[in-house]
Unconditional design. Structure first.
Length: 323
């Protein structure tokens, strides 16, 4: 089995590429290294910009793949609000270039709970209305629609995986989250506690939640990797196209994250309370029953502390990340 992983030097892409490789899958990675890190993936790499249609088509012309897992994208919600055209180009055009060539090849797509917009129910199931409230979510939804239309025309099946908040690091502490700039809560809290970064600002404690801070569903990056493997298996066994949420179904507040990080680092997280961040939904928690039912997927990291512990190990072992 030969699988193409685009964006395979990124945070979730590299975790998935390693997961497949450990299970005997032949993995080819494409990454332009604009966001990804060469050290995140030990195997063969085609350093290629998927926005370059000719280069992309030329490279694919010489290859045969049984499936594709498409991660390559930009992933900052705030940046997408400032630079919407850049996000539409980066998050939709590469998929067009791939699907122009890879007729009939099944695609596992990296989608997001950001496609739902503001939640209307306490937990989000796949049939929740999709009304994204930022360009990032809109581009992920557009890509899902492209895949849906391609499937309806008989041009190839897909699995769209809607992640909640990806977090954590490999259990051996060798691979983890390294964004530049880093905007995500868990790495910022750990860096603040370990004295590697500035104090954390909590974006609001006046929300209508038990402790006043926002609630998210943090899902371990290796659990996302295992779900991609399951979704790929589903497609390769002839399963139908579909979408699946990936989360634990448990919400944790920002304050709970800070307390957990402080406890595991052995020192409290220096922090201050700031105003709400524009565009933040109050609560985002997955109903991921469908992935359990259809794909037989179970997240191994159910407790926040177990997940955070892996991230703390990574930040202690690799204070400069992949730099
Ligand atoms: N937060 C803070 N202070 C910070 C950073 C974050 O209080 O310095 C809070 C946020 O307000 C939010 C929570 O911590 O309540 C998590 O924030 P992250 O920035 O870590 O993650 P988001 O929930 O904003 O975004 C994540 C992914 C996106 C995805 C989105 C779906 O990073 O790629 O979930 O809404 F699109």
């Amino acid at each position: 089995m030969k699988i193409l992983v685009t964006g395979g030097c990124g945070y979730i892409g590299s975790a998935t590429a390693r997961w497949l490789h450990r299970r005997g899958v032949e993995v080819s990675v494409i990454d332009d290294l604009s966001e990804g890190h060469r050290r995140a993936w030990d195997g063969a790499l085609a350093e290629l910009d998927l926005l370059d249609r000719d280069a992309c088509h030329r490279w694919l012309a010489d290859q045969h793949f049984d499936g594709v897992i498409h991660f390559a994208a930009r992933c900052y919600v705030g940046e997408s609000v400032q630079q919407p055209v850049r996000y539409w180009r980066a998050n939709v055009v590469p998929l067009i270039h791939l699907t122009e060539v890879l007729e009939g090849v099944p695609i596992v797509f990296s989608s997001s709970c950001a496609t739902y917009g503001f939640p209307r129910t306490p937990t989000l199931a796949e049939d929740h209305p999709q009304q994204p409230v930022n360009p990032y979510g809109a581009t992920k939804l557009a890509a899902e629609r492209l895949l849906n239309d391609r499937d309806a025309a008989g041009l190839g099946r897909f699995a769209a995986l809607r992640y909640f908040n990806a977090a954590g690091a490999s259990a051996d502490g060798r691979h983890g989250e390294h964004h530049d700039p880093e905007t995500h809560l868990i790495p910022l809290a750990i860096r603040a506690a370990l004295g590697q970064g500035s104090p954390l600002t909590v974006f609001g404690t006046d929300w209508d939640t038990p402790d006043g801070s926002c609630i998210r569903d943090y899902i371990h990056v290796d659990d996302l990797a295992s779900a991609h493997y399951r979704a790929l298996e589903h497609l390769l066994e002839g399963g139908e196209s579909d979408v699946w949420n990936l989360g634990t179904g448990r919400g944790s507040s920002v304050i709970e994250v800070i307390e957990t990080v402080g406890r595991l680092c052995g020192t409290p997280v220096p922090h201050e309370i700031g105003p709400r961040r524009e565009g933040d939904p109050q609560t985002l928690v997955a109903n991921a029953d469908k992935a359990r039912r259809d794909l037989g997927w179970e997240p191994a990291y159910r407790e926040l502390a177990a997940l955070v512990e892996t991230a703390v190990r990574w930040h202690k072992q690799q204070p400069a990340g992949y730099a």
